[in-house]
Design a protein. Structure first.
Length: 281
């Protein structure tokens, strides 16, 4: 890494050490889950997972695989800590959010372990900045248990299809109703706003539909206020996987390709709106 003031040697005394040639790859993914101030970071040999939750109803995970980093070393089976996501993003973009052509902010990230701060060494154009961010005890996270065997319906859609839907549907509606079915209407999004009801249907043979695996008809409603944060990830993504389980829990998994063509994932889990009764559907 091109540091004039080098941080300690790779992995030396650190539970976690990682480096990136371009910090913007990390900051753009973290912005996609930044709807609460604090996040829980979990590092394993496979990479880094950053989790944000709100009101025990919605959870967002940004996955940054180890291969994305130029160096990624975890000395324990797993390393976990809670951190201010707002402060972390401020530090990652300390040289500004947009670099001049041909320049990027290099990042070295080090964490010594429980009770220690997260250390960031950032370098751009020969200027080095060192940031220390206090870490906290991680809180217990919700387990949505979205293993493949519990998924009832799943479709994969090109993201532009969902972006158009959010642009066209009435966002004054309190809920977004999602219908997934092996028969017509196959995949339907509905809102119930000030201007009345609006429906958007996607046939299973739509050009936007990349995969369609629906085993039974399901109609569930989700609070739009909970889903709105996921539009940050939608804006960055090229494909989205939409899954539901038998209880109507929703998984939105966004596939994001960075400037170097590397693939990362951001996943949102959302509880169905329990205030809606079957009679209302």
């Amino acid at each position: 890494m091109p540091f004039s003031a080098q941080p300690p040697a790779s992995g030396e005394g650190y539970a976690l050490s990682a480096s990136l040639d371009n910090a913007r790859h990390l900051s753009s993914l973290l912005r996609a889950v930044h709807f609460q101030d604090h996040a829980t970071c979990l590092a394993t040999a496979s990479g880094l997972r950053v989790t944000v939750e709100d009101a025990k109803c919605i959870q967002a995970n940004a996955f940054i695989q180890a291969e994305i980093f130029q160096e990624f070393s975890v000395q324990e089976e797993s390393v976990m800590f809670r951190i201010s996501l707002s402060v972390l993003l401020d530090c990652l973009t300390i040289f500004g959010t947009s670099s001049l052509p041909g320049t990027s902010t290099a990042l070295r990230m080090c964490y010594r372990g429980y009770g220690y701060p997260l250390m960031l060494f950032l370098e751009e154009g020969g200027v080095v900045t060192v940031c220390k961010i206090n870490t906290q005890e991680p809180e217990e996270l919700l387990d949505f248990d979205f293993c493949a065997t519990k998924v009832v319906n799943k479709i994969i859609l090109q993201s532009e299809g969902l972006r158009e839907a959010f642009a066209e549907l009435d966002m004054t509606s309190e809920v977004l109703q999602i219908t997934m079915s092996p028969d017509k209407p196959y995949f339907r999004l509905s809102t119930f706003g000030n201007a009345g009801s609006a429906h958007l249907d996607y046939p299973r043979d739509s050009d936007l539909m990349e995969a369609f695996h629906c085993n039974q008809t399901q109609t569930n409603r989700y609070k739009i206020s909970l889903l709105k944060p996921s539009t940050k990830a939608l804006a960055l993504s090229c494909k989205v996987s939409i899954r539901t389980d038998a209880q109507g829990f929703l998984s939105l998994q966004y596939m994001i390709r960075n400037e170097d063509g590397q693939i990362c994932f951001v996943e949102y889990y959302c509880c169905p709106d329990e205030n809606i009764t079957e009679a209302e559907l």
